[in-house]
Ligand binder design. Sequence first.
Ligand code: DX5
Ligand code: ZN
Length: 220
Amino acid sequence: MTVRINPSILTADFANLERELGRISSADLVHVDVMDNHFVPNLTFGQRMVEALQRVTPLPLDVHLMIDDPDRWAPGYAEAGAYSVTFHAEAAGDAVDLARRLRDIGARAGLAVKPGTRIEPYLELLPEFDQVLVMTVEPGFGGQSFIRSTMPKLGLLREAVTRLGLDIWLQVDGGINEETIVTAAEAGADTFVAGSSVFNGGEAAVQIAALRAAVAAHAH
Ligand code: DX5
Ligand code: ZN
């Protein structure tokens, strides 16, 4: 299994983002949390920030849109050069049409679900996506505790991905640390977003290595 560690810059020092990106050069992608104060009660940054970040890091950008009306706004992030653009199922009008537009522009298309959202209605749509994000906290803020009851969704996703013969990344986001990453990996995840455990835990490269080691030690 290929494991990906995507640090979330939500917990980084916003006044020194270029320096913060330099601390995570051993990561696989950079997770960029876009929030609009409507879909979630928090506000971060938009498309111009994605363009600016891209100029100062060689790592691909994994953009997580926690915004209303992604049908209108998400393609702009793909055009801005995001490697992947993930929008929320709860906010999308026509998720399949939007995913196709993102892919046409050249981005990976991602579908995200909040902890309380069932995944069953989306399983047959999986061929339209490159990645699925199972939120393991309520979206909006870093530093929250991992919600264990979301784990059965990963089992359903992993089973469907295998049955349909797909190559889709299964991502978790929220409360990921050296313990919960093992739980999520055993449940079927392969792509891990980590904010506070990478940026608040001392040396970021050491934290990223510790997350990789935790998964590797439990891989079976
Ligand atoms: C929450 C964001 C997460 C957040 C994770 O809405 O989507 O990406 O940064 O932060 P931690 O790892 O601290 O839970
Ligand atoms: Zn996120």
